[in-house]
Design a protein around this ligand. Structure first.
Ligand code: FES
Length: 195
């Protein structure tokens, strides 16, 4: 086959395709790959902030509550029996911010975090979260839900609660006793702060 015949055949093929330019599979594949890579990069760039926005509540630690005053420290002495107090607590759960009142007990104690022989106990039962109440006549705390009983310093005496009542962080500032409310994991024998 001569070069002239080959040229003539090629020209005939072009005419059969309606005069279109011949296609080059390698070039077309390259452009396809380029578009796919570009789309993936742009998609990933746009997705990062969306993913961060979506999983923020999971990753973000619940914000700590602020310190609340329980009044002059001197006014709590002598501390004969646990004293009931209510503190205002602001909680942040994801995008939801809420305020509530929580009961605490100021009592004698010397566990870690106690200050000048005083502790502040959360009234939330470490069993399933009911509010524990002080019974002055009995000299003990009682949980109304399943009957757990605690000593005046919050130590576990009996019932299904897996541990004693939880102590809260305290400090004295300008003569006032301050407490920072916290939430703890229930149903476990150790104290674990949840927020
Ligand atoms: S919630 Fe207190 S004993 Fe169950």
């Amino acid at each position: 086959m001569s070069p002239i015949e080959t040229w003539g055949q090629t020209g005939g093929d072009q005419r059969e395709r309606g005069g279109q330019q011949p296609e080059f599979p390698g070039r077309r594949s390259f452009i396809t790959v380029l578009i796919a890579v570009g789309t993936a990069v742009v998609g990933a760039t746009l997705a990062i902030p969306l993913v961060r926005f979506a999983i923020y509540p999971v990753l973000a630690q619940t914000s700590k509550t602020s310190w609340s005053s329980l009044g002059p420290f001197g006014g709590l002495q002598p501390l004969q029996a646990p004293q009931r107090r209510t503190v205002k607590v602001t909680s942040v759960d994801g995008w939801l911010k809420s305020a509530s009142s929580k009961v605490v007990y100021v009592t004698k104690g010397s566990r870690k975090g106690a200050i000048r022989g005083v502790e502040v106990l959360s009234a939330i039962c470490p069993h399933l979260g009911c509010e524990v109440a002080w019974n002055g006549a009995e000299g003990k705390f009682f949980c109304p839900c399943h009957g757990s009983v605690f000593a005046p310093d919050g130590a576990h005496i009996s019932g299904p609660a897996p541990r004693g009542m939880d102590t809260l962080p305290v400090k004295i500032l300008d003569g006032d006793l301050l407490v920072r409310y916290e939430y703890f994991r229930e149903l476990v024998p150790y104290k674990e702060v949840m927020g």
